[in-house]
Design a protein around this ligand. Structure first.
Ligand SMILES: Cc1ncc(COP(=O)(O)O)c(C=O)c1O
Length: 393
């Protein structure tokens, strides 16, 4: 009776954990120690702001310690680890600073923006209008001068930088001032690039002029699945006052303890890790481009993040490619976005990126039997079973 669920999970672990090249840019792996905390006793417990529950003396310290480390890693005035996901962190930000009929300006999903902050996502639920940043697909970035004009003209209540497809830093420095002059609240959804920011790479939104940086904790940041908000004092305190009772009750303290340990790992290893993630992405992009893949932004060096984008003109053709890859145990999405965060955490470097490019080429271009490629994928994976950039235990 128990065997069914246990064997499903075991088979999944065997497959995705051991035999696959995991190249989805929104995924990563936790260290064994972080994974351990996720199943700790804390996962059974409640706390409450009004001290309704007894037995919380250690959990209270976990919360304080977690916030302290997060503030240190991101050099933020306030931190909140309670949001249960990146999506909820987005919700907290939008709902705290906009009211029905206000406009939010962000990258549209057509240009790689997060659909959760678009027409059918949170803005619909909150009664907000959405306006897209003027965007250049050629440069995969916001058009600065046109965006300045659009901010002055439209005066959205909020602008949100960051996106789901993000290969280059967004022009926060260039636009934050214009936004503030026009009374606009500025945020950065760093779900994808949070681990690069923590490592000191990509960009530093809190120093470039945003009031809040928020998003997921499990993409380039290698924590458990969850959300985080980092903000200046003024904006951070407004959001803190609203998180409970509006958006989160039980904050899942096992997750927060695990996230805190992941942040401690980031503090120690984040710089080397983030640098390698980006170097790997550039190497993989270059090799794929040389094989003839439609890698975006060759004129800009392909990427400065963990993502390599293959432009197949939409999900339909992208799905064909992603399905072909999956048959060879190479896991990407239908975007087609290829991410280097997880393979980097497994210890892979430039040499392995060249190998991965070759495996992708054999699968997609040479039409080699997936069974053949799969064997070489497994051979590569077997040498990279450990998790790197963490403390030995
Ligand atoms: C830019 C962006 N924001 C928010 C989210 C939602 O994150 P979560 O899955 O943690 O809710 C995603 C999801 O991939 C994303 O790409």
């Amino acid at each position: 009776m128990i065997e069914e669920i246990l064997s499903l999970v075991r088979e999944h672990e065997e497959w995705r954990g051991k035999k696959c090249l995991n190249l989805i840019p929104s995924e990563n792996v936790m260290s064994p120690a972080v994974r351990g905390l996720l199943s700790s006793e804390l996962g059974h417990r409640y706390t409450a702001r009004n001290r309704f529950y007894m037995g919380t003396k250690f959990i209270d310290d976990v919360e304080q310690y977690g916030e302290k480390i997060a503030k240190e890693v991101f050099r933020a005035e306030t931190a909140d680890l309670r949001p249960l996901s990146g999506h909820i962190a987005d919700l907290v930000f939008l709902a705290s600073f906009a009211k029905p009929n206000d406009a939010v300006m962000c990258v549209s999903p057509e240009d790689g923006g997060y659909p959760g902050i678009w027409e059918n996502g949170l803005p619909k639920f909150l009664g907000l209008k959405t306006v897209s940043f003027p965007f250049s697909k050629h440069d995969m970035n916001i058009r600065v001068e046109e965006a300045k004009d659009a901010i002055r003209r439209i005066k959205p209540k909020i602008v949100v930088f960051g996106a789901s497809l993000i290969t280059f830093p967004h022009p926060v420095k260039e636009l934050a001032e214009v936004a503030r002059e026009n009374g606009v609240c500025v945020g950065f959804d760093g779900s994808h690039v949070m681990g690069l920011i923590a490592g000191g790479y990509f960009q530093d939104p809190l120093r470039e002029g945003v009031s809040a940086l928020f998003g997921s904790t499990h993409k380039t940041l290698f924590g458990p699945q969850g959300g985080i908000i980092l903000a200046d004092k003024e904006y951070g305190e407004i959001m803190k006052a609203k998180i409970y009772p509006s958006f989160v009750d039980n904050a899942h303290w096992n997750r927060i303890a695990a996230l805190t340990l992941a942040l401690v790992e980031m503090r120690k290893f984040g710089k080397v890790y983030a640098e390698q993630v980006i170097r790997n992405a550039k190497t993989l992009a270059g090799a794929l481009y040389d094989y003839g893949f439609p890698v975006t932004c060759q004129h800009l060096g392909f990427t400065q993040s963990h993502q390599v984008l293959l432009d197949y003109g939409g999900y339909k053709q992208g799905r064909v490619i992603a399905e072909k890859l999956q048959r060879a145990n190479i896991i990407a999405d239908c975007g087609v976005r290829i991410g280097t965060c997880e393979v980097t955490r497994r210890g892979m470097k430039e040499r392995e990126m060249l190998k991965i490019a070759e495996l992708i080429k054999r699968t997609v271009f040479d039409g080699e039997k997936p069974e053949n490629v799969k064997k070489d994928v497994a051979r590569l994976c077997v040498s990279f079973q450990k998790v790197e950039y963490c403390f030995e235990k």
